[in-house]
Design a protein around this ligand. Structure first.
Ligand SMILES: NC(=O)c1ccc[n+]([C@@H]2O[C@H](COP(=O)([O-])OP(=O)(O)OC[C@H]3O[C@@H](n4cnc5c(N)ncnc54)[C@H](OP(=O)(O)O)[C@@H]3O)[C@@H](O)[C@H]2O)c1
Length: 292
């Protein structure tokens, strides 16, 4: 992809970071070992060394359930560290791209959430990401991109489901939460698209327009991968009753209204097509993938 600006990616070992690595071969890719974003000194050193035009902060504490018990850590990575990055971006005149999440909403609205809707996170993760948005918004030039249900190279719902499908004939999957599943490669492409048209501020960007429930997503992934397991559709309440470890609250409605980005000519492909492409590209249609 032709992107002629110097792009620095933090958290380059994560799903979104790896997608940027593929899309923008010249990008400066800093994984967690190369740059711990919670160190202000390390952030400033990296920014002064590389003097990027764009900083994409793909680093995050994304373990939503674990964040409930590790609030300080979630706040440090998802919020406080973004303050360092905003300061670094301002020092070299870069734009800070800060991905955020549907989990900043309470999920009680019936229709898709637009950028103007009031936030109200129900989880520690959501609170920390919202605080991160506020730090990012203090950068003189910033692009905050809320997305949802991301799958790519790494830990994600689809991988978990396909792994479970190798062992179980029937999987119980939540059917009363809905959202727009988003392929990390499409998200990175969309972020580049927004940068290309000079967008700044707050945008929603997620896969297609037709929502899925987790059960829809599981069923489609199992079907495309050719596995035999059946999906049993359950309510959140039923699912929680089977879980021993604490689970963070998630919005019932996670659907993001992406019309603001669409009006600038940027939209992401429908999730069904994206899941098929992902499973082919990641070779997850094989019974066992090399890293499992
Ligand atoms: N995944 C989703 O479903 C989802 C949904 C909505 C929004 N988002 C947002 O989208 C963005 C990208 O998410 P993702 O799915 O790519 O997440 P991911 O796969 O979990 O990647 C995050 C990366 O950040 C790294 N990291 C953690 N703490 C760090 C630190 N202190 N310094 C530097 N790197 C650190 C992680 O390393 P370790 O693995 O070693 O911890 C990991 O490589 C995040 O902002 C996330 O909040 C994600």
């Amino acid at each position: 992809m032709g992107f002629d600006k110097a792009l620095l990616v933090t958290g380059a070992g994560g799903q979104l970071g790896l997608a940027f690595a593929d899309l923008v071969p010249d990008a400066i890719l800093l994984d967690r070992d190369a740059l711990d974003i919670t160190s202000r000194d390390a952030v400033m050193d990296a920014v002064r060394t590389h003097r990027p035009d764009v900083i994409v902060n793909s680093a995050a504490f994304t373990k939503v359930d674990q964040a409930e018990a590790e609030r300080d850590k979630a706040m440090l990575v998802n919020a406080e560290a973004v303050r360092h990055l905003a300061g670094g971006a301002d020092e070299v005149g870069a734009i800070l791209v800060q991905p955020s999440t549907d989990y900043v909403f309470d999920g009680d609205k019936e229709t898709p959430y637009s950028e103007d809707d009031p936030t109200g996170p129900g989880s520690v993760y959501g609170v920390s990401k919202l605080a991160g948005e506020r730090h990012a918004a203090n950068a003189k030039r910033h692009l905050i991109v809320r997305t949802s249900w991301v799958f790519g190279e790494g830990r994600n719902f689809i991988r978990t489901i396909l792994k479970a499908a190798d062992d179980l004939d029937e999987l119980s999957v939540v059917d009363d939460q809905k959202g727009l599943p988003t392929y990390a490669v499409d998200l990175a492409t969309g972020i580049i698209g927004l940068l290309d048209v000079g967008a700044d501020g707050l945008f929603h960007l997620a896969g297609g327009e037709e929502p899925a429930t987790w059960a829809d997503l599981a069923e489609h992934a199992i079907s495309v991968s050719g596995k035999a397991s059946k999906v049993k559709r359950v309510t959140t309440e039923e699912f929680l009753s089977t879980r021993a470890s604490p689970v963070a609250p998630r919005p019932k409605n996670s659907v993001l209204d992406c019309s603001k980005a669409r009006a600038l000519g940027v939209s992401l492909p429908d999730w069904r097509e994206a899941v098929s492409r992902y499973l082919t590209e990641a070779r997850l249609t094989q019974t066992s993938s090399p890293d499992e």
